[in-house]
Design a protein around this ligand. Structure first.
Ligand SMILES: C[S@@+](CC[C@H](N)C(=O)[O-])C[C@H]1O[C@@H](n2cnc3c(N)ncnc32)[C@H](O)[C@@H]1O
Length: 302
């Protein structure tokens, strides 16, 4: 069962109110969406997107409320799709990145090295190529770069060569065993395959590009005073959120990744100088929350 992360903090951040319109770009299991829906009753609307068509079907079955509109959609396509559906401007946007517990725990999805299954890792299993096919068709230098940049895997070229030589890899356990042979565990808590699986998942789903492209266009969708809340689960995602929010709130300052400073007026007010993290109590109940980082900003100007 997926427990929504930082639930109270997200509700406090987005301040859903009756009659408001809220976009949940990563509806997952519908936990946050249900909270938004309840708080914007009786006439508010929630538009829920997710790249995973199974998530959309599951949430529809659990929340049969016509004020919740659901569509399969990737994050970078969300702003266009919302406009096509006439769902703009919005009073709040939520992006809760990463995986749901359902995805992680379903062996058929291939996300977890602890579950024997096909090496798939696609959020949308009906399109694109699986992790196994990605490994078959990627060159060694790209594989090493992905492991280094997306997984911060030490000795990435060495690990990439071992994976490269072992191809074709078809199952999660085959990849896990290759990695376990080549990387010595650095801690007893974290299996060496963790970072490799994370890196491949990010590459297969092109997650960082989608996030980078989506954020400024999601900010476009916000009504004045509307808020955007983003939960990231690793430093690469969090850096993109932090830099985008900084750039949008201080365009006159230099922000890495955004080139030169410029004189355009700020569109955002930062509401979180530092990310909000889960409390020890939340982590005790839901250990998956431990790496969550929530950043929130408010649209200013027209
Ligand atoms: C952590 S779960 C969201 C949980 C949800 N907030 C809840 O309360 O149940 C993340 C969801 O985002 C989806 N997702 C991740 N990256 C995505 C992307 N780039 N575009 C669309 N959906 C994405 C995943 O398929 C997954 O269902």
């Amino acid at each position: 069962m997926h427990v929504p992360v930082l639930f109270d903090e997200v509700m406090r951040a987005l301040q859903p109110r009756p009659g408001g319109r809220y976009l949940d770009c990563t509806v997952g299991n519908g936990g946050h969406a249900a909270g938004l829906l309840e708080r914007c009753a009786p006439d508010g609307l929630v538009l829920g997107f997710d790249a995973d068509p199974a998530a959309i079907v599951r949430v529809r079955a659990c929340i049969p409320d016509e004020r919740l509109i659901l569509h399969p959609c990737w994050l970078d396509e969300a702003p266009t799709r919302a406009r096509q559906l006439g769902f703009a401007p919005v009073d709040g946007v939520l992006v809760d990145l990463g995986l749901s517990a359902n995805q992680l725990e379903d062996p058929a999805r291939g996300f977890s090295f602890m579950r024997e299954g096909p090496l798939d890792m696609r959020f949308d299993p009906t399109a694109g190529i699986s992790a196994a096919e990605w490994l078959d068709t990627t060159d060694l230098a790209t594989l090493a770069r992905v492991l280094r940049e997306y997984g911060e895997v030490p000795n990435a070229m060495h690990v990439a060569q071992a994976i490269w030589r072992a191809r074709p890899l078809r199952s999660t356990s085959q990849l896990r065993d290759v990695v376990a042979d080549i990387i010595k565990p650095r801690s007893r808590r974290i299996h060496p395959a963790t970072q490799v699986f994370q890196a491949l998942r990010i590459a297969v789903n092109d997650e960082l590009r989608r996030l980078r492209e989506a954020l400024p266009r999601l900010i476009d969708l916000l009504a004045e005073g509307g808020r955007i809340a983003v939960i990231a689960f690793h430093s690469l995602e969090d850096r993109i959120v932090k830099e985008t929010f900084r750039h949008e709130s201080m365009p006159q300052a230099y922000s890495p990744g955004f080139g030169k400073a410029n004189a355009s007026p700020p569109r955002l007010k930062l509401l979180t100088r530092r990310p909000i993290m889960p409390s020890p109590e939340e982590i005790a109940v839901n250990p998956r929350a431990r790496s969550a980082r929530l950043r929130v900003a408010e649209r200013i100007g027209g």
